[in-house]
Design a protein around this ligand. Structure first.
Ligand code: MLT
Length: 234
């Protein structure tokens, strides 16, 4: 039987062999939610960068540049890191280069995987169907916060495990932990996540509606994949 595992923080990735796995990268608040919404709203491709200066340079190559640090839009960038920024007409058909505090770090640490896909609540059923169809073992990589475990990504991991549990067995206890946490909190996830450290951080920055939107399930039937360094729908 295929196995599923969960890496609760990118700082633990050295404990996992990604080379023979499909990695689902998740950063609910807000990077992977933005990437999913952006591609669904017609962005041509999204190129993730860990390094801010390298991302900024892409402006010169005709890219829109997007990003945040500590939840705040990077000064001079075209877009911040709100899913609503990606719903603007100006992004349709465009190539976007993005850098975020945690989400793009997690993607960078997954590059040696057989396949890297983007997970969010916005496309969770599409991701579940995709990983069920393919033959490899799966690792769900939570972006967390600066190396620390966070609630919202762990809840997503538990929710995804819940959708694929009939076809996968647990590689170790992290999927069991994430799944149990999800089963315990699934009936009032919004209020639970509102109480999370990053939701509080965003609220202090007057970012509120993003949180509820990023917890919306199955807005889009798409699975963004990393192809030659770019996230696309294929
Ligand atoms: C991140 O990558 O840390 C997040 O996406 C941050 C945010 O958008 O608030």
């Amino acid at each position: 039987m295929k196995t599923v595992d969960v890496c609760l923080s990118p700082d633990l990735i050295h404990l996992y062999d990604v080379s023979d796995k499909v990695v689902v990268v998740v950063d609910i608040l807000r990077a992977t939610s933005c990437m999913t919404a952006g591609l669904a709203y017609g962005v041509k491709s999204i190129t993730p960068f860990e390094n801010l200066e390298q991302c900024q340079k892409m402006k010169g190559n005709g890219y829109l540049i997007a990003g945040e640090r500590n939840g705040q839009k990077v000064e001079g960038f075209d877009l911040g890191n709100s899913p609503f920024d990606y719903m603007d007409e100006k992004v349709k058909g465009k190539k976007v280069a993005v850098t975020t505090t945690n989400g793009t770090v997690a993607i960078e640490k997954s590059r040696r995987a057989i396949e890297v896909i983007i997970g969010s609540f916005l496309n969770i059923s599409a991701v579940a169907a995709h990983v069920k169809k393919q033959q490899q073992n799966v690792l769900i990589l939570c972006a967390g916060w600066k190396g620390k475990v966070n609630l919202e990504d762990s809840l997503f991991a538990g929710a995804l495990v819940d959708k694929i549990i009939d076809k996968f067995e647990f590689e170790c206890d992290a999927p069991l932990l994430a799944h149990s946490t999800y089963l315990h909190m699934k009936d009032d996830m919004l209020s639970r996540v509102q109480n999370s450290s990053h939701a509080k951080r965003l609220n202090k920055l007057n970012v509120t509606k993003d949180i509820e939107y990023c917890l919306t399930e199955d807005e889009f039937d798409i699975v963004p994949r990393l192809v030659n360094g770019e996230l696309v729908i294929s």
